[in-house]
Design a protein around this ligand. Structure first.
Ligand code: GLA
Length: 334
């Protein structure tokens, strides 16, 4: 019997939210908080104990409906089993340094680490696609590929400029002395699943009229009759431009340009995409006003969750200070 140890990081998105599922640009980084699975391969079930829950995940290799599995976190394990269709099971345990459900993609880290432990073989992109499908099966949320791809393809010391239309990943070095701090708004994500699906459907409705948002112009967007669709589309095309400008400013070391782009991203997610909350708005404003902070914005899906701040050394003493970490990896013995 072989023993396997697989690790997968969470992620924080620096800029580019609600763009991935329209083939847009995103700039996340894998972080130094991660989930680790240590298990023996064999048998016809995947049984994983977790220090977070008295109830283990216990999933048959023939699982038919991952969304019906209990406890709820085991649905992500079941989703991976359903997609990867391994010939052997696993028995072991998992542990995580990620805050669960805080918007740092603990579910993506769980999926990616379990897929590797099950023996998934393929490129980081193939791994991310399998785990994106697993997340959709487990949660019913039609998520994009950003979280799983950041976890699978992370590069130490770098953010990842991902073009979701071609699925290319370009590592962008993070300048020395730039700190990334993630602070929770104190509000768990509310109605995240249905509101997320609504936003995605609105983007698709806009695309049915004016074609892919990735190549749409401001003039195309102005031609949309429905004011809600117009605002949703305007967010997407302006956010893609901000991601491009942000990556260029990072690469050139123009740190003073980062703050205004973070602020504009947050404003667009608040006004045009309507996925922030009063708590996220207040927190981003407070952090932005703190000496040494270059800028702050909500990160991830919104509807609650976290704000990411970029700062000079030692400016913030709250939340999680995270570093850009390498992507997921696996070691097998015996
Ligand atoms: C969630 C999804 C991602 C992405 C973000 C918003 O994290 O899983 O695919 O759409 O929201 O940018």
């Amino acid at each position: 019997m072989s023993t396997v140890r697989a690790r997968a990081p969470g992620r924080v998105n620096l800029i580019g939210d609600h763009t991935d599922y329209t083939g847009g640009l995103v700039l996340p980084m894998a972080i130094d908080l991660e989930t680790v699975v240590v298990a023996d391969r064999g048998g016809d079930r995947v049984v994983l104990a977790s220090v977070e829950d008295d109830h283990p995940a216990d999933v048959g290799l023939d699982v038919a409906d991952p969304a019906a599995v209990e406890p709820a976190w085991a649905r992500y394990v079941a989703g991976v089993v359903a997609v990867v269709q391994p010939s052997r099971g696993l028995r072991g345990h998992l542990s995580t340094t990620l805050p669960v459900g805080a918007g740092l993609s603990s579910s993506a880290a769980l999926e990616v680490s379990v897929a590797l432990a099950l023996g998934f073989e393929g490129s980081p992109l193939a791994l991310a696609r399998a785990c994106q499908r697993a997340e959709q099966l487990a949660s019913g949320v039609p998520c994009g590929i950003m979280d799983q791809l950041a976890s699978a393809a992370g590069v130490e010391g770098h953010a990842l400029l991902i073009d979701c239309s071609t699925s290319t990943v370009e590592p962008v070095p993070l300048p020395e002395g730039l700190e990334v701090v993630v602070v929770h708004s104190g509000v768990a994500r509310r109605l995240a699943g249905s509101a997320y699906a609504d936003r995605r459907a609105e983007c698709e409705a806009a695309e049915a009229e004016i074609g892919p948002l990735r190549s749409a112009t401001a003039a195309d967007v102005a031609g949309l009759a429905d004011p809600v669709l117009r605002r949703r589309a305007r967010h997407v095309i302006s956010e893609n431009e901000r991601v491009r400008a942000f990556a260029a400013a990072l690469a050139a070391g123009h740190l003073a340009d980062l703050g205004p782009l973070l602020e504009a991203s947050h404003a667009s997610l608040r006004e045009d995409f309507e996925v922030t909350t009063a708590e996220l708005d207040a927190l981003a404003g407070r952090l932005r006003a703190t000496p040494g902070v270059l800028g702050a914005r909500m990160t991830g899906a919104g509807f609650g969750g976290c704000v990411v701040a970029l700062t000079g050394p030692g400016a913030l003493h709250e939340g999680w200070q995270v570093r850009a970490a390498p992507g997921a990896s696996v070691v097998t013995e015996g």
